[in-house]
Write a protein that binds this ligand. Sequence first.
Ligand code: F6P
Length: 335
Amino acid sequence: MTGGGDCPGLNAVIRGIVKSRKDDVEVIGIMHGWRGLVEGEFTALTDDDVEGIHILGGTILGTSRTNPFKDEKMVQKCFDNIEKERIDAIIAIGGDDTLTVAAKLYAAGVNTVGVPKTIDNDVSNTDYTFGFHTAVNVGADAIDRLHSTAKSHGRVFFVELMGREAGWITIEAGLAAGAHLILIPEYPRTIKEIIEIVDKRMKAKGYAIVAVAEGFKPTELDEFVGRKDEVDAFGHIRLGGIAHYLAEIVKEKTGYDTRSVVLGHLLRGGTPTAFDRILGTRYGVKAMELVINRDFGRMVALKGNEIVSIPLEYGIATKKLVPYEYYKLAELFFG
Ligand code: F6P
């Protein structure tokens, strides 16, 4: 089952699970995230079904942000379908929301194994989630391309990258591509500070690129920039628009010619990098190993170069945020 936002590498995990099963294990895919378990949408997964899919973006199973625990009736339907389909164990591939549902099902007696997925890389107790590497590469490539046009026109570009609570994609893409200022949710700044850094850069070099995470909130603002009227089943508002907001305010206060670019779902689409294909594959194989060993209530994780397993609740206990020392390092290259 793949749940939450899609992510490059999901299909590599599914292929890893199917190909590493034992002969007496039958794998079925639950369609469209937890919604498929509630509504009874399943599909058989054979070697033929997963042939060559590790290079494809998205997920062949579809996904959704359904939260069955919002409604007791939905939870009951999950249990009914588990019994009807004779499901012995569920491998849940998702971020903290999906894994939280998996942990609740486990507490209710369902055999579950978790696989950490999110381009945001904010699942705790694993070094990386797959999809993150691909997102950083796409982001860095986009910022690389902005340098020449920003320089030619003498403009300030604000480029917005995904990252709700953690600024991993923004800091790594920004560092790799030489952004002149990086703004992430973990380390708020005032608009005055932002203007000072941009102004200094413009006076010295004549153009500037600011990488900003969608979840960044300038100190002066009380609320995040986004669609407060659109809230998902897990209570998250739809973020988006901080780059435009900053571009407008900086233009108004400094007179510089500013532009904004939102990378958004481009970071999540398309084929995974080799790193994410391999990480996804290794996670899938490890998840099937846990199922075969009946080692449930666990999440696969990357520690150094080893794929290990940890209690599921360790992955969802907290968010893995960008440490201050890392942000300090990035600051050396601002301006
Ligand atoms: O999966 C996490 C994430 O990539 C966040 O960074 C972002 O806020 C969200 O997904 C966007 O999701 P949706 O596809 O629902 O617009």
